[in-house]
Design a protein around this ligand. Structure first.
Ligand code: ADP
Ligand code: MG
Length: 458
């Protein structure tokens, strides 16, 4: 916005006034309601405040249709008293404001004392390589991250990871940090979202701690910046990050950046930053396929020490979007339901619990499909499956088929009976109960049933 403001001022002021008083003002940054400018001296500041402040404010509000405060910082940090006093504001108000600021400053100082033990890595200890499931969709980013963690600042610097929401970017960058930290507990590592980077920078500008801010970042061995797309259009933040980037890069320190888009596709990202990102390795994460989703569910349920049957995992994986955070949410919901009711997780339970979340596929499974699948599996004839013959090799498949029909279709007991050669509904209930009971004890049977169900879904 400052560039635009300057352009406007150039039009209304004489050229001499503009070059003398406006051009030397350096844009340091802006918050929602304040623009921060650097002035060469306090004399300069006083002059500009007296003569041009109201004009600057007018121009700012003209281009943004908002009211901005303007703060001046004297280059080479001069004493506090050179704070701008917006002359036109009533005295009392500006005093209050100053007091407020002092209060904030004290708070800041206190906070600083609290966390004096230098750099907080800010890493999430749960996000490690061990807890990350790799599959075709994320293989490249996963391998690149591991390479960086094993040999920081050698081949892939910067590493730029991009991919859609909930696909594991934050997880991977934390894993890099955690692994490096595990090997070298004294490594100076920091994970920052780009929003946090920006907020800290603006605060540092406000409280004249830019040197501290810069030094902190430039001392790092590994800087992880998450979601760089939030810096889009934030010129001052990008500028600062650019310098941080260069300083780290030149001293051979690793930088890892994530984004939801490829660098070229981030609107409002300055060309020079974009080209820096292209110096290193750009790795993408694609939406996971069903197999990867199943593997993630299996891993997470193992970590929670919960038994998640294959058919349920498949049901969730197929019903979920590609956002893994949502997939996790489903699992947690199901696990909570199972734990609260004290029951084992089953497909029927999953359907019940997820009925509002997973809109079931139109590919409804029919009684006939199940009959065919079961008959094929046991290599018996369909007519035998539906018959009344009481040979064991037929009875067991028949009961299994009936059980699966009950579980996977909406058919009632009499309807199922009808399709199994006109059996009455008590026979059907008996079969279902029998299998239910045996499933708890017989692992082979369970595997068989799950296998058949899985094939029905694919
Ligand atoms: P992003 O930052 O890309 O939006 P996150 O890294 O926050 O996504 O991932 C969302 C959730 O999904 C996290 O809880 C993360 O642990 C999990 N997750 C994502 N990908 C995987 C994976 N491949 N293996 C295990 N968990 C994953
Ligand atoms: Mg993220």
């Amino acid at each position: 916005i400052w560039l635009e403001a300057q352009a406007n001022l150039k039009q209304v002021l004489t050229e001499q006034t503009y070059t003398t008083w406006i051009e030397p003002l350096k844009f340091l940054g802006a918050t929602v309601d304040t623009v921060v400018l650097e002035v060469p001296s306090s004399f300069f500041q006083k002059w500009v405040t007296d003569k041009y402040l109201s004009m600057i404010k007018e121009v700012l509000s003209a281009i943004t249709s908002k009211t901005y405060h303007v703060e001046f910082h004297v280059a080479e940090s001069k004493p506090e008293s050179s704070e701008p006093k917006a002359e036109k504001e009533p005295k009392a108000k500006s005093k209050d404001k100053d007091k407020e600021k002092e209060g904030e400053r004290d708070k800041e100082k206190e906070k600083e004392k609290d966390k004096k033990p230098e750099l907080v890595p800010n890493l999430n200890p749960k996000y490690t390589f061990e807890s990350f499931v790799s599959g075709p969709s994320n293989q490249f980013a996963y391998a690149a991250s591991q390479a960086v963690a094993n040999k920081p600042a050698s081949n892939y610097n910067p590493l730029f990871i991009y991919g859609g929401v909930g696909l594991g970017k934050t997880h991977l960058v934390n894993a890099i940090g955690n692994q490096i930290l595990a090997k070298n507990p004294r490594a100076k590592i920091c994970y920052y979202s780009s929003e946090k980077f920006m907020n800290e920078m603006i605060n540092s500008l406000r409280y004249k701690k830019m040197d501290e801010f810069r030094n902190k970042f430039r001392k790092m061995d590994l800087l992880l910046i998450d979601d760089i797309q939030f810096m889009a259009g934030k010129e001052a933040t990008q500028e600062e990050f650019f310098h941080t980037f260069n300083a780290l890069y030149e001293s051979h320190k690793q930088i890892v950046v994530t984004s939801d888009k490829f660098p070229k596709d981030i609107p409002g990202l300055e060309e020079r930053l974009r080209s820096r990102f292209e110096w290193g390795l750009i790795a993408d994460i694609q939406p996971p396929g069903v197999e990867t989703k199943v593997a993630i569910l299996k891993k997470k349920s193992d970590m929670h020490a919960v038994n998640l049957p294959d058919d349920v995992a498949l049901f969730l994986a197929e019903g979920a979007t590609s956002n893994i955070r949502e997939l996790e949410g489903m699992l947690i919901r199901l696990e909570a339901f199972a734990s609260l009711t004290g029951k084992e997780i089953t497909l029927a339970m999953a359907r019940e619990v997820m009925k509002d979340i997973i809109v079931e596929k139109t590919r409804d499974i029919s009684v006939e499909m199940i009959q065919k699948m079961v008959a094929d599996h046991f290599r018996i004839k369909l007519s035998e499956l539906k018959s009344d013959k009481r040979i064991k090799t037929l009875v067991v498949p028949r009961q299994i088929a009936i059980y699966i029909c009950r579980e996977l279709t909406k058919a009632s007991y009499p309807e199922i009976g009808e399709k199994f050669g006109g059996k009455d509904h008590s026979t059907i209930i008996h079969s279902v109960k029998k299998i239910e009971k045996q499933l708890a004890a017989d692992a082979d049977l369970k595997a068989t049933v799950e296998d058949i169900k899985k094939r029905l879904f694919t």
